[in-house]
Design a protein around this ligand. Structure first.
Ligand SMILES: *[C@@H]1O[C@H](CO)[C@@H](O)[C@H](O)[C@H]1NC(C)=O
Ligand SMILES: *[C@@H]1O[C@H](CO)[C@@H](O)[C@H](O)[C@H]1NC(C)=O
Length: 404
């Protein structure tokens, strides 16, 4: 307890020491978000894409929005039954908008729809698109009592089951970053993986102990996760006053804040800086402090395991002193996997990616780009040629879609 109290004091002191000016432009985060009427109405329909909002309820009562884009601008190619479903799962502090925030020729979501795929877009609990729960509101502590483990077991499994049941078809999966942690843990479960036709993982993560992100490493060494829990802050929202204070705290004098994105994700070769204002209309999305804590546990311990509740908490919950690990070897060899990773990625470090590959029974198809950072894989203005062309041919090779 004494340790906790002194940590709390330390944080308060640090917050007081932070000068208000900050070293980067906060005003963009203070602007209201564009979330009215949902993602379809905000981005997709105005650009000429058919898009329906659907709601999926998880076993633990969260109401998730899923967008359905049945075809691209050119209309249907072949019959509805022919269009193969693909499900897109965004990463941490992001939402389904991630797949659509560049131009229609650059963004993966649009590209897939225009290539005749039946596109479904996931939005995990707590994002601006999925703020609902049957019982709790975002102001309740109970609303934020989860980490990526629940995002995998409940959100991902519920959303994929919904698409599987609606389309009567196995589903192609695309995930980025935290979306790949969710997939790699969920796909160790037979019931989940049997719904998947093939999986494309952008910046795949199951281990995080070689992370090089200065920003994240500083947050880990400051015990930011534990401090926030001690302070009773269960929602982590960088668009709130507290969130902005935290960013200031992590920046202050310790890194080049003019390039904050690079200090978090690694240097991105092909990020469109002049589009930053537009990105900030939608992102970052909130997540839970418990999720941050779980991710930091992975960084500290080098494990790919369930949430660590401490010895007694683990014993009560799991019957073991340590949280059970997810075993990548339980992902069936028959699941075709494609992975793309980058030499400048400060979050999905190539060393950790290689450990993930080693842990799998199957041999994934690999795409590596030396100059790509973490965000390039979804937002690079060249990703269509550098990454998505390869991803599309992987999917085509896995089905009769070769006729496209
Ligand atoms: C970068 O973003 C700006 C502003 O949205 C846009 O006008 C420009 O076309 C984009 N550049 C590329 C290469 O996509
Ligand atoms: C990696 O990305 C860069 C930047 O777009 C591109 O010029 C290069 O051709 C890519 N390399 C490979 C091997 O695809």
């Amino acid at each position: 307890m004494a340790k906790r109290a002194s940590l709390l004091l330390l944080l308060l002191l640090l917050l007081l020491l932070v000068d208000d000016g900050g070293c980067w432009d906060e005003s963009m985060l203070r602007r209201p978000l564009s979330t009215g009427n949902g993602l379809c109405a905000q981005i997709l329909r105005p650009l000429g894409y058919p898009c329906e909002e659907q709601t999926v309820q998880t076993k633990d009562g969260f109401l998730l929005s899923v967008q359905h884009i049945p075809h691209g601008r050119g209309g249907l190619r072949g019959s509805v039954e022919d269009a193969h479903p693909v499900f897109l799962q965004h990463g941490l502090f992001q939402g389904g908008d991630t797949w659509f925030v560049n131009s229609v020729d650059e963004s993966l979501g649009f590209i897939l729809a225009d290539h005749g795929f039946d596109v479904w877009v996931g939005n995990v609990r707590g994002t601006h698109w999925s703020p609902g729960h049957v019982e709790f509101s975002v102001h309740d502590k109970a609303f934020w009592d989860w980490s990526w483990e629940e995002l995998a077991e409940y959100d991902l499994v519920s959303m994929i089951s919904y698409v599987y049941a609606t389309t009567h078809s196995k589903v192609f999966f695309v995930g980025h970053s935290q979306g790949t942690i969710m997939a790699l843990s969920a796909f160790t479960m037979p019931d989940a993986v049997e719904m998947i036709e093939a999986a494309a993982l952008l910046c795949p993560i199951s281990y995080l102990d070689h992370i090089t992100s200065r920003f994240v490493l500083r947050a880990v060494s400051l015990h930011l996760d534990q401090l926030l829990i001690t302070l009773g802050l269960h929602q982590l929202n960088f668009r709130s006053d507290m969130g902005i204070q935290i960013l200031d705290l992590l920046c202050d004098g310790h890194m080049d804040c003019n390039n904050m994105l690079a200090s978090i994700t690694g240097e991105n070769c092909c990020f469109n800086m002049t589009r930053m204002d537009y990105y900030l209309e939608y992102e970052p999305h909130p997540s839970s402090t418990k999720n941050l804590n779980h991710l930091f546990q992975m960084i500290r311990k080098g494990t790919f395991a369930r949430y660590d509740y401490g010895l007694w908490g683990n014993f009560k919950r799991y019957g073991t002193l340590k949280p059970p690990a997810f075993n990548l070897a339980n992902i069936p060899k028959s699941l075709p996997i494609w992975m793309a990773y980058g030499g400048n990625d400060a979050l999905a470090d190539p060393t950790d990616v290689k450990r993930t590959i080693k842990g799998l029974k199957s041999k994934p198809v690999l795409l590596y780009n030396d100059s790509y950072g973490h965000i390039d894989f979804i937002m690079s203005v060249n990703a269509k040629d550098d990454v998505y062309a390869n991803l599309l041919s992987f999917f085509r090779s896995r089905s009769w879609l070769s006729s496209y």
